[in-house]
Design a protein around this ligand. Structure first.
Ligand code: LRH
Length: 487
């Protein structure tokens, strides 16, 4: 009998329970449950509704039981950097604050006024994003922090609620910007800086560690399959990289969801001066790898445009409308922090940006969508060049995974702009990576290399080859534009 694996994969805008099994040398997936996620304003901050997310996990598990699966293993991955403060009584002290809350908008400058940035980068190899856990803890309510028995990252907290066992899994912990690259442990200087004691974090574990069985009390409340929880690569991006087919010799990846994470898998971290200058990160990957990557604003922009449009359009409809427009009618630095959580909405922010930079202002849904898609593609192509420059060798393919891999328009534009082969899919790479780490832990797959072969055999991966470069002029203009606005 084949084993049954379930991935709980929760991103900033949605969550899902995906069931995976090996059949005839292929990985078969079934989506068992899907739900929305998002933050809400409560007590002055944008907060995640963590109890609701856990409730949805149980709802999904009940569906799985009803579908006839009585015994499963389960892995949990979510977005990074956010955490739950847990008190002496083992209960959360408050709903976790979202990384998009504006409490940290000035924190990098404050914290680094007496702790130099390059010193922090040398220690951690992690990019400077104002929402890193380091800065969130710096801004944390000091009284709450003093009452905190344990600080748990979001997926670790969910695992703890499910099993009663608390750990800190390293792929996600690395995004705190508080792990010391050389020592492989939390850095005491950095912890001290934010008034946190090392033992406030549960013990560090690697991806692929068994956490434990679901607490018996949950079986009294819900009709659940017999469940063992495995700590997978709990950072969704780390799972996505495991779930990337890795086609090409020097392949790059783009995990394209709410965020676009573009980078390369390394065996040794790259935290030299060029990586620092370009704010590249060395997040820890599964099995001793490093995710050398750049955060790009991603589909968040189009997700917000879609929400704000007076008429309801699906993403597929927006792509169809975009395709009727010409690309590159305006250049936008999609990574400008003004697009992180714009107070007056995304459409207004995009339009003001174009007005301020004296460019064509996108108005219709199609124009707005094309402005976003073509500028994301420009940004990706530019970063691929930078990535190759830092690493010292050109990348020869880009593997795009996640929901964004379904957008053929962007896949083709990126292939042509970067003059590189693009392989698109699978769109469920994160859940797949989550399942793969479980399967390796249980001995059903030997290693990640073979897992990637399995992905190529099991899923439809589309290839986009570069068209003759009729966009090279626009690409050059864009690069000049970026230099100007960033200076
Ligand atoms: C993507 C992601 C990304 C982080 C951000 C907070 O979901 O985990 O890797 O930088 O969310």
């Amino acid at each position: 009998m084949t084993n049954t694996y379930v991935a709980v994969d929760i991103g900033a805008s949605s969550g899902r329970l995906m069931l995976g099994q090996l059949h005839d040398g292929k990985l078969q997936l079934q989506e068992m449950h899907r739900f929305k996620n998002g933050f809400v304003k409560k007590d002055g901050h944008d907060r995640w509704q963590i109890d609701h997310l856990i409730e949805e996990i149980f709802r999904g598990l009940e569906k799985i039981k009803q579908a006839g699966y009585s015994k499963i293993t389960l892995g949990i991955d979510t977005w990074a950097v956010d955490y739950v403060l847990v008190g002496q009584d083992g209960k959360k002290l408050q709903d976790p604050i979202s990384y998009r809350d504006d409490r940290t908008s000035n924190s990098i400058a404050k914290l680094t006024s007496d702790l130099p940035k390059d010193y922090i980068y040398k220690k951690t190899g992690i990019q400077f994003l104002d929402f890193n856990t380091l800065y969130q803890l710096f801004e944390e309510d000091k009284e709450l922090l003093a009452q905190t028995s344990k600080i748990m990252m979001i997926p670790d907290y969910i695992g703890y609620v499910l099993t009663g066992k608390a750990v800190t899994e390293v792929t996600n912990a690395s995004t705190t910007q508080m792990l010391n690259l050389r020592e492989g442990l939390f850095d005491h200087d950095l912890l001290k800086k934010v008034n946190v004691y090392p033992d406030q974090f549960p013990k560090l574990v690697d991806a692929g560690t068994v956490l434990g069985n679901l607490s018996t009390s949950w079986y009294q409340k819900y009709d659940l399959p017999q469940t063992e929880v495995i700590t997978v690569a709990t950072h969704d991006t780390a799972s996505a990289v495991v779930g990337t087919p890795g086609i090409g010799q020097h392949w790059a990846y783009l995990s394209s969801g709410t965020w676009s994470l573009l980078g390369s898998e390394l065996n040794v971290p790259e935290n030299g001066i060029e990586a620092y200058r370009h704010n590249y990160t060395n997040e820890w990957g599964a099995y001793g790898t490093y995710r050398f990557l750049k955060n790009i604003m991603g589909l968040w922009i189009i997700q917000n445009v879609q929400k704000e449009l007076p008429q309801a359009y699906s993403f597929a409809e927006l792509v169809t409308l975009a395709q009727k427009e010409k690309p590159f009618q305006q250049y936008i630095d999609v990574n400008d922090s003004r697009f992180t959580n714009p107070a007056n909405g995304m459409i207004k922010e995009l339009q003001s940006y174009c007005q301020e930079t004296q460019q064509t202002v996108p108005q219709t849904p199609g124009e707005l969508a094309m402005a976003v898609y073509s500028n994301l593609s420009l940004y990706y192509a530019n970063e691929l060049e930078i990535l190759g420059d830092i690493l010292g060798y050109p990348l020869d393919s880009l593997n795009i995974v996640g929901g964004g891999s379904n957008v053929d328009l962007m896949n083709q534009l990126t292939a042509t702009l970067a003059q590189i082969d693009v392989y698109a899919g699978p769109s469920e790479a994160t859940a797949i990576g989550n399942l793969i780490v479980q399967m390796i832990t249980q001995g059903d797959i030997l290693n990640v290399y073979l897992a990637r072969r399995l992905i190529i055999d099991s899923f439809n991966i589309k290839k986009f080859t570069p068209k003759s470069n009729n966009y090279s002029e626009q690409f050059d203009q864009y690069k000049r534009f970026l230099k100007e606005v960033k200076s």
